[in-house]
Write a protein that binds this ligand. Structure first.
Ligand code: PMP
Length: 406
């Protein structure tokens, strides 16, 4: 007899790629929480690193001349990992914070260098950038932008198409490149349904930004720290953004933390001597010492266990296993890249029923925009577990197909 699972899924504990609910069901964590549990759940050494830091110094803020050692060490280490020229870092408490900071800094930069009309922030249709003021305003998912009385909370924004360089050029020319501050793009659109970039798209976007002197912000909140098989998706697709936003995988979810990598070009006006202007940005928990110690330990795990290479090795396993789901009459298409995929169901397929069917068979997934199932497992998942997850989704789809045909 199939087990009935209550509608509210309360997760009580977790280990590796597996979750256990409060009522004792084991579920494979296909979305890795919300795209964050990259090194897997239940790592004792991360808890120990946090305890060690907390009992030494829980945190000390970074305002004015103050600092703490884990924050300094983390920034130094990130500098060696990001494809950003002469990078410095602003540490935050998460992805929405990072987007907020990056957009403010982009606008502030142009004011500072005297190009005061450059205020518009562009973003991709289908993109998701968190839900703070700027993230809401540049949302490429219209429902996240709507309902605040104006087209956008912050008026100086516009959406480019998901992946059409010619139309993007036309739009920039219509707005006037002299009015555009920045273009924010997820290299792989995540929440919008997992859309990998077409060949040449990201380098083409970078070339447009260079031609029109627009700052390119890569939102790598999902793709950072190995998700596409390179440390950053910007490495994989050969771009060097002016700013990179990151969060999630920076701690694999063991503590709330985010960061913005800022290129030397953008930081320079604010760092040129004692009377340099201040970029007025600082939040209490920027560079929280315990969160930074957790991030350092998380990076140790990624390096010691060679987990980014593991993602590269698992990419074809995931693509094959989930690709075969496209044969289901309920599936529109499957898009996969690195260790992430979107299984897009036809618009009239009751996704809730499919998701419940997956849970009843031992796999947790959830819905992304466009009726797509969320696939983005922890890097420690095994090939057999990947195939198990795909088989479970196939069985859940078959059950729904049978019921709806009856
Ligand atoms: N940017 C991207 C690309 C994201 O996927 C997310 C979160 N899903 C955010 C920003 C916002 O991050 P947070 O929820 O940590 O604020």
């Amino acid at each position: 007899m199939p087990t009935t699972i209550k509608e509210r899924v309360v997760i009580a504990s977790a280990s590796g790629a597996w979750l256990t609910t409060e009522d004792g069901h084991r579920l494979l964590d296909l979305p890795a929480g919300l795209w964050y549990a990259n090194i897997g759940h239940g790592r004792e050494r991360i808890a120990q690193a946090a305890a060690k830091q907390m009992t030494t110094l829980e945190t000390y803020h970074l305002f004015g001349i103050h600092a703490n050692r884990p924050a300094i060490d983390l920034a130094e280490r990130l500098r060696g990992l990001v494809p950003v020229a002469d990078a410095s870092f602003i540490l935050t408490s998460g992805g929405s914070d990072s987007v907020e900071v990056a957009c403010k800094l982009a606008r502030r930069y142009w004011q500072q260098v005297g190009r005061t009309r450059k205020t518009v922030v562009l973003s991709r249709t289908g993109g998701y950038h968190g839900l703070h003021g700027f993230g809401t305003s540049i949302a490429g998912l219209d429902f996240n932008r709507a309902g605040y009385g104006t087209e956008s909370l912050i008026p100086e924004t516009a959406r480019i198409p998901l992946a059409d360089l010619a139309a993007t050029r036309t739009l920039i020319e219509r707005i006037g490149p002299g009015n555009v501050a920045a273009l924010v793009a997820e290299p792989v659109v995540g929440t919008g349904g997992v859309h990998p970039p077409p060949d040449g798209y990201l380098t083409g976007l970078q070339a447009l930004c260079q031609e029109f002197d627009i700052l390119l912000v890569a939102d790598e909140v999902i793709t950072g720290f190995g998700r596409t098989g390179e440390w950053f998706a910007s490495h994989r697709w050969g771009i060097e953004p002016d700013l990179i936003t990151m969060a999630k995988g920076i701690t694999s979810g063991y503590a709330p933390l985010g960061a913005v990598a800022v290129s030397g070009r953008v930081s320079e006006p604010f760092m040129s001597g004692d009377d340099a202007p201040i970029f007025r940005q600082g939040i209490t928990y920027s560079g929280h010492a315990t969160a930074c110690a957790v991030a350092m330990e998380n990076l140790d795990v990624l390096e010691e266990e060679d987990l980014v290479a593991r993602v590269r090795a698992l990419e074809p396993v995931l693509a094959t296993a989930f690709g075969s789901l496209a044969e289901s009459p309920l599936v529109h298409e499957v898009r996969a890249i690195g260790l992430m995929a979107g299984v897009q169901l036809l618009p009239d397929v009751p996704a809730d029923e499919v998701i419940r069917g997956c849970r009843e068979r031992g796999v947790l997934t959830r819905l992304l925009a466009g009726n797509a199932l969320h696939v983005c497992p922890p890097f420690v998942i095994t090939p057999d577990e990947i195939r198990f997850a795909a088989d479970v989704i196939a069985a859940a789809l078959d059950a729904v197909a049978e019921r709806t045909a009856a």
